[in-house]
Write a protein that binds this ligand. Structure first.
Ligand SMILES: Cc1ncc(COP(=O)(O)O)c(C=O)c1O
Length: 399
């Protein structure tokens, strides 16, 4: 269990249910583990905040010396609110319009990895139009090579590099980085280590190459008895190969889920119990709209309880709507539970709250941080008024 039952009861009594609970010590341990695993001296860690944009958590990364990886302008906006200096933010996103590209520059972000020739051109044009007031950017290309990156719409093919280099030079800029994203969430360390040399060979095709951004995509062992990504092995192999390059390049690593998944738990309470053909059907006070990963996106999150009764029964943990996919877990092994019992849905720090929505019109849970033996609210529980946000209508009922 992530923490003891007394604390779970206290948290629910204080903040209500369902509740996202983050453990600062666990998060810091993970940050430390990843940081220590890569001995290469010019390594810069950037937390991929697409996974979790809570400012209090971003501040933990910032205080640990990490930068931020931004997928979108919104990531940058949140990062700056959290206290990151724009030069600690790496942008590697897709399909910005001109206004957004200008905004990125005006915020002061200077490291940008572009994912198409059109985005590279827009970036250069925007820089040229703003060059009086903004810093010279450090530009890179996101690699697209199906054998290495998997089939993806994102990125630039090596055969386009010549054009990209010429284009960038025509604006008086240089292409200095290669961004590689292996693919999402694999625990197979080899999937990363065995492609390092090929990525480096491709990077050398950029004459002014001086940084490698190696992603993103490192797995987290949601199945606790399954394989985990081996950070030490990855770090040693990558360092060896970079040390043998014969040139000084900066390394950017931008973990998302691997850094933050394990520090969070979604607490929920049982509101209904029924049995169907030997299976326990638990109704709980949360929904896939609060945590969409397991059911909507086909992920798995372990669900546990403090109740110790035996035997265990096959159990479906069902959300509090009739949406046909409203399952938090299917075929879990849980003891016979009763109304009011507490369930802990584990490892929800990444793509949890960040992917929650107002689908099904249930307000979102609160978020709480455990740190230094205390707990504090880091995001208010929503109430129904949030469902009216930005709606314009006549016949306003209750103000
Ligand atoms: C460029 C980039 N880096 C990092 C991440 C974080 O991914 P993960 O959580 O798989 O590490 C993403 C996710 O979309 C991404 O697009």
């Amino acid at each position: 269990m992530p923490f003891d039952r007394e604390l779970a009861c206290e948290l629910l009594a204080t903040y209500g249910s369902p509740l996202y609970v983050y453990q600062s010590d666990r998060l810091q341990q993970t940050i430390e583990h990843i940081t220590q695993a890569i001995p290469y001296p010019r390594t810069h860690f950037h937390f991929a905040s697409v996974t979790n944009g809570n400012i209090a958590l971003l501040q933990i990364f910032q205080a640990s010396g990490w930068g931020l990886h931004a997928n979108t302008p919104g990531d940058i906006y949140l990062g700056i609110q959290a206290g990151f200096n724009p030069n600690q933010i790496v942008y590697s996103g897709s399909n910005l319009n001109r206004t957004e590209m200008e905004q990125v520059f005006n915020w002061g972000v200077t490291m940008l990895n572009l994912d198409s020739l059109a985005q590279l051109q827009l970036c250069c044009q925007v820089y040229q139009s703003l060059s009086e007031s903004v810093k010279t950017p450090r530009l890179g290309l996101r690699l697209n090579l199906p054998q290495l990156t998997g089939e993806s719409r994102i990125g630039v093919r090596p055969e386009e590099f010549g054009q990209a280099i010429a284009l960038t030079q025509s604006f008086g800029l240089t292409l200095r980085g290669l961004h590689f994203y292996r693919g999402t969430g694999t625990n197979a360390t080899k999937a990363f280590t065995q492609v390092i040399d090929r990525v480096l060979t491709i990077a050398k095709r950029l004459p002014d190459w001086d940084y490698l951004d190696f992603g993103g995509g490192f797995g987290y062992p949601y199945h606790h008895n399954g394989a985990a990504f081996n950070w030490e092995k990855f770090g040693v192999e990558l360092t060896q190969q970079l040390n043998n390059l014969g040139r000084d390049i900066d390394l950017v690593i931008e973990p998302g889920r691997a850094a933050i998944a394990g520090c969070a738990t979604l607490l929920a309470q049982v509101v209904s119990v029924k049995w169907q053909d030997g299976k326990q059907i638990l109704g709980v006070d949360t929904t896939v709209a609060n945590l969409s990963v397991p059911s909507v996106h086909g992920g798995y999150r372990e669900i546990v309880t403090w109740e110790k009764a035996t035997p265990l029964h096959p159990t479906d943990v069902c959300g509090n709507t009739t949406y046909s996919r409203d399952y938090l877990g299917r075929n879990c092994q849980l003891p016979a539970l009763k109304i009011g019992d507490i369930l802990a849905i584990l490892d929800v720090g990444a793509y949890g709250y960040a992917m929650s929505s107002h689908f099904l019109h249930r307000p979102r849970p609160a978020e709480v941080l455990l740190e230094h033996g205390n707990h504090r609210l880091i995001r208010l529980r929503e109430d129904y008024s949030v469902l009216l946000n930005n709606q314009e209508f006549v016949g306003w009922a209750n103000g």
